[in-house]
Every structure is written in C-alpha cells, then in structure tokens.
Design a binder for this molecule. Structure first.
Ligand SMILES: Cc1cc2nc3c(=O)[nH]c(=O)nc-3n(C[C@H](O)[C@H](O)[C@H](O)COP(=O)(O)OP(=O)(O)OC[C@H]3O[C@@H](n4cnc5c(N)ncnc54)[C@H](O)[C@@H]3O)c2cc1C
Length: 305
C-alpha cells in the first residue's frame, strides 16, 4: 500500500492535499507548520497521524520534514507549491535523490510510479508524465476538492531546531482587503484603461456584480494603480473564479496562466484580433469607455426593477 506524507502550512492546503493523496495512496500522514501547526487539533481531523512543528522558518521546517521522512518512509510526499514548501521539499529531494513533480493538476496511481498532469507553456498545454516512487509532488491550489474531516489523529509535536536562518522580527503584511483567491467573480483590468481614475468604471461594475477587482502586471507592478494583491498571472496570483471579466487586457500567456481555472471568461477589448478572444467564452469587441457606462447603467436599472 502506498504511504503518503503531506507537508503543509495551512489547513485549506492540507485539505486539498489530503484529497490528492487519496487518489494515489492508502495511509496518509502529515507534517504541518506555520498557521496549520497553530490549528493542529483541526488539522488532525484529516489524517491518520499528524506531526507539527510550530515555526514559519524554512530551516527548522526542513529539519522536521527530514526527521518525519526518515521515520515514516513514505512513498510519496505531497504539498502545495508554496514558497516554504518549494524551499524545504527541494532540499529533501536533493538530499534523498528524489524526483519531484511541480504544478500538478491531476494525479493517478501507477505501478511503482506516480502518473500526473501539469500545465506548461504558460498553461497553454498539458503534459502527462510519470516519475518513479519514492517521489515528491507539488500540487496547484484549488484543483483538488477539500477533503472532509474524518477523525482525530494522534499529534506528535517536533522541536523547532535552530538553523542558520533566524527569525528576527515578525510584521503583519499590509493587505489591501483584496482576496482574489476566494472571489467568485473577478473584474480584471488591463492597460486598456488610460488613467488610474478611469478604474472607477471597473470598481462600479464590480460593486454591482459583487466582484473583486484584479489586474494585469503593468497595472499593479509598473503603474502601481492597484496594490500587488490584485496582480493576476504567472508571477502574481492564480485565481479560480466562476466568472472572470477581462477588460482592456490583451491576453498575454503570463496573465492567462493565472486565470486558467476560471469557469467562464468574458473579454472586453476594442481590438478584435486581441489574443484574449482565443481564451474567452464570450467576447465583446468594443471600446471600454463606451461599453462600460452602458453596461453599468443597464445593470443598475435591472437591480432597481
Ligand atoms: C517573466 C514575465 C512574467 C510576467 N508575469 C505576468 C503576470 O503574472 N501577470 C500579467 O498580467 N502579466 C505578466 N507579464 C506581462 C505580460 O507579458 C503582458 O505584458 C501583460 O499581461 C499585458 O498587460 P495588459 O493586457 O494590461 O496590456 P496590453 O498587452 O498592453 O493590452 C492592453 C489591451 O487593451 C486593449 N485596449 C486598449 N484600449 C482599449 C479600450 N479603450 N477599450 C477596450 N480595450 C482596449 C488593447 O487592444 C490591448 O489588447 C509578465 C511578463 C514577463 C516577461
């Protein structure tokens, strides 16, 4: 029977990884750190044995992962591709000469191997690959359904071993209140908007639809018209809304990689040959400055009636 070790820093990630693990394995144990370690009682509901290490720092997380790997001798290690996981699990791979699959969106069991799919060419294509066990698999967020609680496993607390990296100070990150990962509807804005003030059209539309506003990289990173939390794409956030309305966005692969899990994409662009129309389920060829005021007016009238 294949044994899976999950390594995660948050409960939502743990729940998704448990579902992924069940596709390939039998016994599922986990090591949690960071936020998930603070909620170890909750985390213990999803696995048959839980290790916790109460730290956010990669060095002691790695020391704990190494210890648990040697104790449990799992066939597969599964985790989300977060910064900490990429750090500690690539060290584990190097140390034990393990193959590692990244950006995994589908998993299947194999005979002494794991078969998986992952997006490549900025998510324009899907590769189906296999690697021999034991192996490490990094999964993408929001691909696997969160598992339901099943019991209450034993919790083993591991010591926080100091490494070369030391936590000097902890500061709350200034967040803008944008939570694109959870949003069901996102209005995405691009360089089709000529001035920062014009974004009010997108915010009005978003308010009417109960949506969040996201952006392409130039809008958030270069012009700084919106905070970096709004930046969607390969180097920004990956989102999975039910509806993504892309306004004045050309559809560059680096942006579209971030919305490949959107259920429906609507594009509004004045250039009928813009690449975004290849990805869109519905396309509107129009100048946003003419189209949005009309759309907003119609939605307002509909809301009133
Ligand atoms: C390594 C790397 C990583 C990157 N990562 C990201 C990333 O994570 N996210 C990201 O978004 N980008 C990323 N980029 C940048 C990416 O390649 C594109 O440059 C960017 O996505 C383009 O943004 P845009 O669509 O807003 O602008 P543009 O490509 O300039 O498109 C603007 C669009 O607006 C339309 N338009 C203009 N005026 C109007 C109007 N009045 N009404 C309607 N439509 C109009 C135009 O026809 C055009 O299609 C990355 C690039 C590199 C090299």
């Amino acid at each position: 029977m294949v044994k899976v070790l999950i390594v995660e820093g948050s409960i939502p990630d743990l729940r998704e990884s448990v579902s992924a693990a069940k596709l390939v394995g039998g016994e599922v144990v986990a090591l949690v750190y960071g936020k998930a370690a603070e909620k170890a009682e909750e985390a213990a509901k999803y696995v048959s044995k839980l290790y916790k290490v109460a730290t956010y720092v990669p060095d002691p997380i790695f020391a704990a992962v190494k210890k648990v790997y040697e104790t449990e001798k799992p066939d597969i290690v599964i985790g989300h591709g977060t910064k900490n996981n990429r750090d500690v699990l690539s060290r584990l791979a190097g140390l034990n000469d393990l193959p590692m699959a990244t950006d995994v969106i589908k998993l299947e069991p194999g005979e002494g191997e794991v078969v998986y799919e992952r997006g490549f060419l900025s998510e324009r294509a899907i590769a189906r690959e296999k690697i021999p066990l034991p192996a490490i698999v990094l999964v993408n967020p929001k691909v696997f359904q969160p598992a339901e609680a099943e019991g209450q496993a034993e919790i083993v607390e591991l010591p926080v071993e100091e490494g070369q990296v030391k936590l000097v100070e902890k500061k709350e990150k200034q967040l803008s209140g944008i939570n694109l990962e959870e949003a069901e509807i996102i209005v995405g804005v691009g360089r089709g908007f000529k001035k920062k003030e014009d974004l009010k059209l997108a915010f009005e539309l978003a308010e009417l639809l109960g949506a969040q506003v996201g952006a392409t990289r130039p809008i958030a990173a270069d012009y700084k018209w919106l905070p970096e939390d709004a930046w969607i794409g390969i180097s920004g956030k990956r989102v999975a809304p039910k509806l993504y309305i892309a306004i004045g966005i050309s559809g560059a692969p680096q942006h579209m990689a971030g919305v490949s899990n959107a259920k429906i994409i609507v594009a509004i662009n004045k250039d009928k040959s813009a690449p975004i129309f290849k990805f869109a389920d519905y396309g509107v060829v129009a100048d946003l400055y003419q189209f949005l005021p009309v759309l907003i007016k119609k939605l307002r009238e509909k809301k009133k009636s």
